[in-house]
Design a binder for this molecule. Structure first.
Ligand SMILES: Cc1cc2nc3c(=O)[nH]c(=O)nc-3n(C[C@H](O)[C@H](O)[C@H](O)COP(=O)(O)O)c2cc1C
Length: 170
């Protein structure tokens, strides 16, 4: 079934694909969120559910699939870092979207504040303290207070309808 028509659908088990495809019309940036698990090992995943919430206090959110291998790490650790990817960092997005892959062996990173892995060369970086986990169906919403941030600049990586895109020129 195509979602190009203006046919009205209601969410149900057999409309899962159509709902996903329709949500994909909302273009987003792409981030990699990092933390450490209980054993101190770096954990990270590609995330496009990141969004700003509040300026004062500075707060952001993202949501994590309850089935993600990194779920325990992100909901158990108090801090996480969000890295906004640049247009030329598609390979990093693909790497961190791989389930349980050796993600940190293939990127340049260092240990940042509170021991959280910090990727190098991203468009923007936010070091956060998790202030709340909110149940969101098959996902959990993580609300974080921004403790530190830096802007690296550059063209952003864009995700739209299941594909990476570049921003159209001004
Ligand atoms: C562009 C893009 C955006 C994604 N956004 C999210 C997200 O917001 N939340 C989420 O739980 N998974 C998201 N994923 C999927 C995870 O990156 C993927 O499931 C990853 O394998 C999880 O890692 P883990 O299971 O090793 O912890 C996204 C994947 C891609 C390619």
């Amino acid at each position: 079934m195509t979602t190009e028509s203006s046919q009205v659908l209601t969410p149900s088990a057999d409309q899962g694909r159509a709902l996903r495809d329709t949500l994909g019309h909302f273009a987003t940036g792409v981030t990699v969120v990092t933390t450490r698990d209980a054993a101190g090992q770096p954990a990270g995943m590609t995330v496009n559910s990141f969004n700003s919430v509040s300026l004062d206090p500075a707060m952001v959110l993202w949501s994590i699939d309850k089935q993600a291998l990194g779920y325990q790490a992100f909901t158990g650790q108090e801090h996480f870092a969000v890295h906004v990817l640049k247009a030329d960092q598609q390979h990093i997005s693909n790497l961190f979207a791989g389930r349980g892959a050796d993600k940190f062996g293939q990127v340049h990173w260092r240990t940042g504040p509170d021991g959280i892995p910090q990727l190098e060369g991203c468009a923007a970086y936010f070091h956060c303290r998790r202030v709340q986990c909110i149940d969101g169906g098959d996902h959990t919403i993580l609300l974080g207070e921004v403790l530190e941030f830096t802007a690296g600049g550059g063209e952003p990586l864009v995700f739209h309808r299941g594909r990476y895109r570049a921003l159209a020129g001004d």
